[in-house]
Every structure is written in structure tokens, then in C-alpha cells.
Design a protein around this ligand. Structure first.
Ligand code: FAD
Length: 367
């Protein structure tokens, strides 16, 4: 709208809630955030910008020649420019018993509502996947008095955000809070006659469970793109203008693949969305990629990581270690390329900026 004051803008979403802070769903599960506070923009925001928001409406078909999309409830919309920001869905690994009552994934507010309601009368929760999302959900449920066990295939927590040392320190902190962990093993079967009763691990152990939450990563939602005959790989392939293989169709966010990158993170979706929106309205923004940056959103634990974390010790690094802090700054050819911050994330934003701008390390204060 900033770029073009007059064009008609329509947003279609299959969810009932308008654009909301998906990243805060675990606070909602933990009871520290009300559902209405998840909603990012109120109705007047859309009205002021003359954006027509149509919720609860799923796009099921599209015709790229006629330039129309069709919805499940038999409406159709024509377009001059189309943005596919269809996001991603939780990946459910093909584990025996994964489709029974008591097994959940978390992606939408509906998923969160189901988890809250089911957890009310349950005690033992097994989380499959020790990534950021799994740990945040575990923490929310721990706060509600549940007994939480995390099963992680990797031999350490947060394999994409932490090196061995950082992961060991985080694990100690989380165990002190009441988490149980089973690392370096995977789930062979979720047992129960239609409703979860236990989780059988590859290593042979059987964990009693009332509910299981699977946090095993996400996969882009590609259906509309495939119907439109767009080039896809793991995601919808976009160029640096966020155009897909058809110049009038753009993609952004979790569904888009830029080079080899499927970012799957909020800041990348925002950056891509901004560039795509501007370009759809005639602008000329060039998107150059995003730096993977993540924070663990668990009260009382400061943890953030960005860029190359150098889990294999291939790069030069500077490390700062005290009883409560572990910080690692990864350097390649005199440039800061990544960091891990545990216990003190005060200058995380500044550090991410330094990584983005490929600053020379002589310009930055490092340990
Ligand atoms: C619990 C949780 C915590 C997270 N925490 C963080 C975090 O701390 N930091 C971070 O960077 N990222 C986090 N993420 C990831 C972040 O939420 C995503 O990267 C971001 O939401 C991607 O935005 P998007 O607009 O591409 O997709 P989405 O937010 O998934 O939005 C896509 C929308 O399109 C709708 N849609 C899909 N297909 C259709 C269709 N055919 N018709 C109509 N509508 C359709 C979907 O229902 C959805 O509403 C978290 C995710 C979850 C689930």
C-alpha cells in the first residue's frame, strides 16, 4: 500500500483468526497470553489501508492463464499480481501409531487450542524433537505442572543453534527446571489402542505417555503453487525480486525457496514479504537473503544463535565462558559469520547486524 495507493488488495486465509503472532503460540499454551492478544492487527488496520481481508477461506485451485484463484467455498478472485505466502505445515514422521488420539503437532491457533484442552486432564507428555519449538512447548507444559520428556534423534539439543558445549549447558539448565531428556534415539512406535499410552524408543526404553507432541520440523505448503504449474523444489522457487517462475506471481515466507534456502523463520518471512509487496506494486527491491537468527523464548533462559554456529570447529572462534554465560563468536577470513549466546543475549541484535553487514572483526568488540 505504501508503494501503490490505489490498487485493490485482497488477502485470503483459511484460518479464522486474522494475521496473528504464530511465534507466541506457546505463551498462549502456557497461559501467559490471552488468545485475543495473539492477533497482530485489528480490523481498523486493514480498513485504514483499504485491504480486504477474507478469513476462513481456503484457496484450492488456480488458473494462471485466466489469472484467477478459486476457493473451497466456490468463490473466485482475479488478479494482476498474486502472492503465495502459504507458509508451512508441521512434518509428521511415519512413526507407527502417530495417527491416534493424543498425538499433536503445533502450527496454528487451532492446534494450540486442541493441545490446551487435551492437556488439561493429562499428566505425562512426551515431546518428539528437541528443537526450539519442542523446548518452548515443553516449557509451557512444564509450567502447567506436566511431566515432560523430550526425545531427540541428535545426540545434543538444538543441533541447528548450538554446538556441543552450548547444548550440554542448556540441557543442564533445563534438567534443573524439571525436563527429562532422551538424546541420540528416536521413536519406534507410539503405542495405545487408539489413544496414546506409551512411547517406544529405538533403544528399547518404553516411556509412559498421556500425550505426544511431535516437533519434527516443517514442510512448505506447495499445493497452490503446484496447481499454478510454478517451479518448485523443497519450496516455491523465487528470484531476488521474489518472483516465481511466472513473473506475475510472487512468493514469500516459509513457502518460498531462495537459492538453497528455506528459512522457516519470522524475520525472513517479514523481509521477503516487504520486498515482494513493494515489487508487486511496481517497486524494484532486490532481496539478498536473510541471516538465520533464532532465540529460545523460554522465560529465564537467555539463548540466541545466528548464522554459522560452527558445531564442527571448522572456523576460528572467540569464546567467552563464565559460570552463567557461554558465548561463541565464529569468524571466517576476519569477518563475523555467526554466534551463540547463552546466558547473555544483550547485544544479539547488534551482532546479527554485524553478521549481516559482513563487518570486519576489527570493527567489533569481541572476547
Ligand atoms: C509455535 C511456533 C513458534 C515459532 N517461533 C518462532 C520464533 O521464535 N522465531 C522465528 O523466527 N520463527 C518462529 N516460528 C516460525 C514462524 O512462525 C514462521 O516462520 C512464520 O510464521 C512464517 O510466516 P509465513 O507468512 O510464511 O507463513 P505462516 O505464518 O504459516 O502463514 C501462512 C498462512 O497461509 C495460510 N494458508 C496456507 N495455504 C492456504 C490456502 N491454500 N488458502 C488459504 N490460506 C492458506 C495458512 O493457514 C497460514 O495462515 C514459530 C512457529 C511456530 C508454529
Amino acid at each position: 500500500r505504501k508503494q501503490d495507493d490505489t490498487g485493490r488488495i485482497i488477502i485470503l486465509t483459511d484460518e479464522k483468526l486474522p494475521f496473528y503472532y504464530r511465534i507466541r503460540l506457546n505463551e498462549y499454551i502456557g497461559g501467559t497470553l490471552e488468545e485475543q492478544d495473539l492477533v497482530a492487527r485489528k480490523a481498523d488496520w486493514y480498513a485504514e489501508r483499504r485491504i480486504e481481508l477474507i478469513t476462513g477461506t481456503r484457496v484450492i485451485d488456480a488458473d494462471p492463464e485466466q489469472q484467477i484463484v478459486r476457493t473451497e467455498n466456490k468463490q473466485q478472485f482475479s488478479y494482476d499480481r498474486l502472492l503465495l505466502a502459504t507458509g508451512s505445515h508441521s512434518y509428521l514422521p511415519p512413526i507407527e501409531g502417530v495417527n491416534q488420539q493424543g498425538v499433536f503437532t503445533l502450527r496454528t491457533v487451532d492446534d494450540a487450542r486442541r493441545i490446551i484442552s487435551f492437556a488439561e486432564t493429562r499428566e505425562k507428555v512426551v515431546l518428539v524433537g528437541g528443537g526450539l519449538l519442542g523446548l518452548e512447548t515443553g516449557s509451557a507444559l512444564l509450567g502447567k505442572g506436566k511431566k515432560v520428556t523430550v526425545v531427540e534423534f541428535f545426540p545434543r539439543l538444538l543441533p541447528r543453534q548450538l554446538d556441543t558445549k552450548g547444548a550440554a549447558r542448556l540441557m543442564q539448565i533445563m534438567q534443573d527446571r524439571g525436563f527429562s531428556f532422551r538424546l541420540g534415539t528416536s521413536v519406534r512406535e507410539i503405542a495405545g489402542g487408539g489413544a496414546v499410552a506409551s512411547v517406544h524408543l529405538q533403544k528399547g526404553e518404553i516411556l509412559p505417555a498421556d500425550m505426544v507432541i511431535v516437533s519434527a520440523g516443517v514442510r512448505p505448503n506447495l499445493e497452490p503453487a503446484q496447481r499454478l504449474g510454478l517451479a518448485t523444489d523443497k519450496g516455491i522457487i523465487v528470484d531476488s525480486t521474489l518472483r516465481t517462475s511466472r513473473p506475475e506471481i510472487f512468493a514469500a515466507g516459509d513457502a518460498a525457496q531462495f537459492g538453497n534456502h528455506l528459512y522457516g523463520i519470522w524475520p525472513a518471512a517479514m523481509e521477503q514479504g516487504r520486498a515482494a509487496g513493494t515489487n508487486m506494486a511496481g517497486g524494484g527491491v532486490i532481496y539478498e537473503g536473510s541471516t538465520p537468527a533464532n532465540k529460545l523464548k523460554v522465560g529465564g533462559i537467555d539463548l540466541a544463535a545466528a548464522g554459522e554456529i560452527d558445531a564442527e570447529d571448522r572456523f576460528e572462534s572467540r569464546i567467552e565462558e563464565t559460570d552463567t554465560v557461554y558465548r561463541k563468536f565464529v569468524i571466517d577470513d576476519n569477518h563475523l559469520v555467526g554466534c551463540i549466546m547463552l546466558g547473555d543475549t544483550a547485544d544479539f541484535a547488534r551482532t546479527v547486524r554485524a553478521i549481516n553487514e559482513q563487518m570486519d572483526i576489527t570493527q567489533i568488540k569481541l572476547p
